[in-house]
Design a protein around this ligand. Sequence first.
Ligand SMILES: Nc1ncnc2c1ncn2[C@@H]1O[C@H](COP(=O)(O)OP(=O)(O)O)[C@@H](O)[C@H]1O
Ligand SMILES: O=C(COP(=O)(O)O)[C@@H](O)CO
Length: 579
Amino acid sequence: MTRLFNAPADFPEELLEGFVAAYPRHVRAVRGGVVRAGRHDEVAVIAGGGSGHYPAFCGLVGAGLAHGAVVGNLFSSPSAQQAHSVGRAADAGRGVIFSFGNYAGDVMHFGRAAEQLSAEGVRAECVIVTDDIASASVDEMDKRRGVAGDLVVFKVMGAAAAEGWDLDDVVRVGRHANDRTRSLGVAFSGCTMPGAREPLFAVPEGMMSVGLGIHGEPGIYDIEIPTADGLAELFVSSLLSERPAGHDGRVAVVLNGLGTVKYEELFVVFRRVHRLLSDAGLTVVDPDVGELCTSLDMGGASLTLVWLDDELERLWTAGANAPAYRKGNLPQDAAGPAVGEAPGEIERGPAVPLATAQSQELAARVHSLLGVLAETLVEAADELGRLDAIAGDGDHGIGMERGSRAALAAATTALHAGAGAGTLLQSAGEAWSDKAGGTSGMLWGVALGALGETIGDRHGPDAQRVADGVADARAQIMAVGKAELGDKTLVDALVPFSETLSAHIAERMPLVDAWAAAAASATAAAEATAALSPRRGRARPLAHKSIGTPDPGAVSLALITRRIGAALAVASDTPAEQN
Ligand SMILES: Nc1ncnc2c1ncn2[C@@H]1O[C@H](COP(=O)(O)OP(=O)(O)O)[C@@H](O)[C@H]1O
Ligand SMILES: O=C(COP(=O)(O)O)[C@@H](O)CO
């Protein structure tokens, strides 16, 4: 149970504020996260991901380790805007490496931030961590998610950067460390989000879920809770089954507590882990036992093995000095102000572009539809979270609520500044993506941006332009997310929505009727996703748990289209709305 919080929605910001207040010698706050408090002249290694995993990610910022951390909402990737801001603040002129676990939202947002930095002349690369052997088979290593192996990859890259390596070499050794790192986790009880009455998932009494992730995703199978030695045996035998060719017998080991398993219990398990590894002829190098990548108050643990060579051993054992991680001789950054930009809000750019009166009038209508959209998602947040918890991480409702509220707030500001409909939609999209993070945050941000670009700031209501804008949004969502029809994502509802809308508008049907027909197609398609097996996103490794439940992103998209359709129907009493 997470007991200590104020308003649940403020939890991520408030914990970050407290963390920065606790460790001013190590970190300072910047928009989107933290950077080292002191000066450095190294390639900047920036860790990141959702909150709820402390010490990942902000607790790992310090000399010999990360140069900054991008901090998202609970169990939800931070936004591209946040990553870009932390990247700029941490860059000492030698480039930036974003490193994060392999989750769809993180991959999209960090990837976009890296592209943006590169376009601005700052070299930026991504190193993605994929250590969890339970999340995909050896044939699909690139689909594996990142868990406690995050620490290993950050640590190795942070040490390489501290030795003065250049960006390409730090990236190379980070990817090499990832290739040599394997983890497996188990859970005895689920974690509870602040304010929630029920845990995100439950493990039957007396049982242990094997192969869970770090977001309350259910495990792959359940067994009776073994003894401490039994757990050690399960961990070691599973991980040794993936011994890489050519290893020379040296392994770094991380035995990680996921939230409520005590250090004393971990040591009892580690005693047996150590013996088993020694019996297998392996040499354990500089192990870590403790909480290094958690999942709020989840009861559980994971074991990570890193197959070392000379280079990895030197970097793994090098000194590090972060709020939650110390090793070897403690290095320090030089005193003095940190590199990069000053903390605080990044300027949002010049006043809104000029718009015609027609477009400003349309902007007011779009603004009221964004109000309907936010209201819909606030109401539906719990149900969407419930759907997402069946095979995902339960954050879809909260992400959509945060995103749509932020979109409405940005749209209100744009409206008051005299924006046209296109600019209003684009600023709403940017705010949605920034505040929601996660996969759906990125995709809804992209969608509103594409719609805004097509609608522009010159025209009044125009049904053809709406249909074209929806088609552009669909094309961009599919280009960014790379999902196809049938993958069990929101694309399954979006494609029939867009196709039906375009077909009816081409037949000159009034927008309100065409929209209603399109929303009905989206709803049927969203319901039909229940039968599908997910091929993308967090639900993929838990395909069997997802069958019978529709995809949450498809359900929310269909719901939004229905509620917007109803609002259009009410407004269509006004003759001007009918074109
Ligand atoms: N590659 C993708 N392309 C399109 N939609 C996707 C993709 N991956 C996931 N989704 C959609 O995102 C929804 C989950 O959104 P959200 O909860 O924000 O994501 P997460 O927490 O997994 O980052 C899924 O139900 C699915 O509809
Ligand atoms: O959950 C996280 C990111 O995943 P998305 O759900 O894809 O946003 C985060 O905690 C790990 O970085």
